[in-house]
Design a protein around this ligand. Structure first.
Ligand code: PMP
Length: 405
């Protein structure tokens, strides 16, 4: 069913082995992906024999690390289809990236009476920073509803948007439903009303081909740990003319041009947004993660996961009393509930079978309210997932039904 040599790929991920040497059915990749040995090795090298600071040292080791750090920025820019590496700011992750944009761009551009447009399925990290901004500025939040199948309703968006909307912020792929957004269409609708658009790409970056120029969005945020890379680093893309006009958000070393007690001038973007010693080691890990993904090809990963989701959807929907949430063509993620069983109980029983799923509100409480459930069970797939994971999931759910039946 897949061109991937599943056994060979799994062998590259030390985290997938259990103590007893058996495979672990890890179905929580949407929370965080396991890391291939190539990433572990790159991090160890950066922390060991290659380690030095960036941007300051006059000695060769530091100069080399600086070149590697800036090469990481170019790698991210290419992977995202940005026009230039100057449009990429390294941050701790998507959450920090969205907060940076809300504070810097939002602080300058969102005024009393303005409106911000979000959707019903957003992750808390694409809700709360905007609420905090709206409260400070005296702005308002509006919410785009979902279609019946669980996608952001772009018809409704087009009908709702008006000139007071200065920003639209939407998930490219829902972390609960796996629903995929037509980013270009959403950008066109936002721009036609004069709004900027931010895309939360956390769940898209490990499974969909990105192209900032074709998408024509203004901001795009992701975390490296969802892309088989380390925690503690991510990046935002910001269209160059917007980033060049944004004020700094944190002050400190590296982000300055000249400091006196009377006045400080700032470095150009993107350096202006990277105060302090950056995540040097993590940037090397992120580069290795992108190299790893590109070795197989993001389109091949997308097809591989789509086949697994289709198989899981078919198997789960053939079981009585399992309710599946989200659209047929969800990307890499499937949410469900076993009727009469709390998802936490289902998750605990599955864990006994060596199957790790996520159970909870998935940092999307407004979506849970909309679905009318306190929580869902969620299985999510990655490059290393295979048919045996789906079979173990289905067998585990059958056991859950027997126990609670
Ligand atoms: N948005 C989405 C859609 C996510 O899935 C996540 C992570 N669960 C985030 C934002 C936040 O990412 P992080 O915690 O890495 O900053």
């Amino acid at each position: 069913m897949s061109a991937f040599d599943s056994a060979a790929i799994r062998a590259e991920f030390p985290g997938l082995k259990t103590d007893k040497g058996q495979d672990w059915h890890y179905l929580d990749t949407a929370a965080t992906a396991q890391k291939p040995q190539a990433v572990v090795d790159a991090v160890a090298r950066a922390m060991g024999e290659d380690y030095a600071t960036v941007h300051r040292g006059v000695y060769a080791r530091s100069a080399n690390m600086t070149l590697a750090y800036e090469a990481a920025r170019r790698t991210v820019a290419r992977f995202m289809g940005a026009q230039t590496a100057d449009e990429i700011v390294f941050v701790r992750g998507a959450t920090e990236g969205i907060n940076l944009i809300a504070q810097s761009w939002g602080g300058e551009n969102i005024k009393a009476g303005d409106r911000i447009l979000l959707s019903q399925l957003e992750h808390h990290s694409n809700i709360v920073p905007w609420q905090m901004l709206a409260e400070r500025a005296g702005a308002h939040i509006d919410v785009i509803p979902l279609t019946e199948e669980g996608k952001i309703d772009l018809e409704a968006m087009a009908a709702m948007i008006r000139p007071e909307h200065k920003l639209v912020a939407l998930a490219h792929v829902s972390n609960v439903l796996g629903s995929v957004l037509d980013v270009r269409r959403a950008s066109d609708i936002a721009h036609s009303a004069g709004a900027k658009i931010l895309i939360d790409g956390c769940q898209a970056i490990p499974r969909l081909k990105l192209d900032m120029q074709a998408f024509n969005c203004d901001f795009y945020a992701f975390s490296a740990h969802k892309l088989y890379g380390p925690t503690g680093i991510g990046a935002i893309y910001v269209r160059k003319e917007i980033l060049d006009a944004m004020p700094p958000w944190q002050g400190g070393g590296s982000m300055i041009d000249r400091v006196t007690f009377e006045k400080t001038t700032y470095a150009p973007a993107p350096t202006r947004f990277e105060a302090g010693t950056p995540a040097i080691i993590e940037a090397m890990g992120l580069t290795a993660a992108i190299d790893y993904v590109e070795r197989y090809g993001i389109e091949a990963i997308e097809r591989h996961e789509a086949a697994l989701v289709a198989k899981a959807r078919e198997a789960l929907s053939s079981l009585n009393s399992v309710r599946i949430f989200g659209p047929q063509d969800s990307a890499g993620i499937i949410s469900f509930e076993v009727e009469g069983v709390h998802p936490h109980d289902a998750g605990t029983i599955l864990d006994e079978e060596g199957v790790a799923i996520r159970a909870g509100h998935h940092c999307a409480q407004p979506l849970m309210d909309y679905l009318g459930v306190p929580a869902t069970a969620r299985a999510s797939f990655g490059i290393y997932s295979n048919e045996s994971d789906v079979e173990a999931l289905v067998q585990g759910i059958e056991r859950v039904r027997k126990i609670f039946g």
